[in-house]
Design a protein around this ligand. Sequence first.
Ligand code: NAP
Ligand code: ZN
Ligand code: ZN
Length: 377
Amino acid sequence: MACSFLPACRRIDIARFFVLFRPSSNTGKESECLGWAAKDSSGVLAPWKFPRRPLRSTDVKFKISYCGICHTDLHLIHNEWGSSKYPMVPGHEVVGVVTEVGPGAKKFKVGDHVGVGCMVFSCLKCDHCKHGDEQYCDQLIWTYNSLEDGKITFGGYSGFMVTDEKFVCRVPNNLPLDASAPLLCAGITVYSPMKHFGMTQPGKNFGVVGLGGLGHMAVKFGKAFGMKVTVISTSPNKEKEAREVLGAHNFIVSRDAAQMTKAAKTMDYILDTVSAPHPLDALLELLKIDGKLVMVGLPDKPLDLPAGVIIFGRRTLAGSFIGSIKETQDMLDFCGKNNVTSMIELVPMDYVNKAMERLRKSDVKYRFVLDVEKTLK
Ligand code: NAP
Ligand code: ZN
Ligand code: ZN
């Protein structure tokens, strides 16, 4: 099986292991679900029907209202990380409304607004699971492109989901559901390292590299925490909106050497959300002594790291992977209290292939969200 994010060499087969301790299945019938699937690495998505499992005791069934399009979906439909399984129904920024709950499910009731992110189950027993870091569990089951009881999991580009309530989060009622969908991956992927590495201190200089789905959420959280936010971008045409709408204090064009040199040694923290190979040394030079750069973007090729740039500045280079369910719920509650949502372009389901092309060119401000409930056909 497989972590959809891990390189092929680190994947292990755990499907049989899981059969040993998954909660026992109800005897009900599978339900047919309509989704949009990629059949091969051409990545072309088209309507496709597949079965969803019958409700287990602690399961929640919900109709999908909206689903965000993460760059990970684009990497995976084209098998850029070598771990893709087809047919693939992508989508891990899933929000909707509960329609049914299993007899043992206690967290939710019919009508609740809920969301599912990148994971739908884990071993619940290892140190990571016990300490609330289940995203690092070796036996994690991903929302899609994973194996559960020997069958491929299918994501949120589809009509409904059936998920164990432990992996379902509550979306605050005051938040619009469409603009909340990206919080389930883009939001938590930046919120978790920001909390973990201390990128929450008012007045500290915080650089965000790449103003896409993840990046614009990092700007929003940085602002909400009272940090001084600088966007570091390859797209000069994003500057006006970054400053005037997102409220960034500064904007640096990363391909402009003069601007980069001027900003050397000014940042306390940098969060790198870039999806493609890019130079790291120039970004690390922006950090003050003892500054930290945390990578969340996952390019398909290794990046060069000249050691001197971290050694001579006692700098830290780290990485971070999504966030736990508890952190995701904390983040959603924070968003509810502070009215933080994503800036989205809402598109119909049959626009998905065009949306993928535009995402490849960074031509979206800042997250495509599929209007699943109204346009799935
Ligand atoms: P996105 O919306 O496409 O944003 C990526 C941004 O990177 C682009 O908007 C662009 O910003 C910048 N960029 C693109 N190509 C570049 C290049 N060649 N050089 C420099 N900058 C470039 O993608 P996303 O959905 O935010 O996802 C970003 C990355 O995070 C993906 O690799 C995704 O798989 C990964 N991811 C990781 C996790 C995790 O747990 N660590 C979770 C979710 C996603 P500018 O136009 O501003 O330059
Ligand atoms: Zn994602
Ligand atoms: Zn575990």
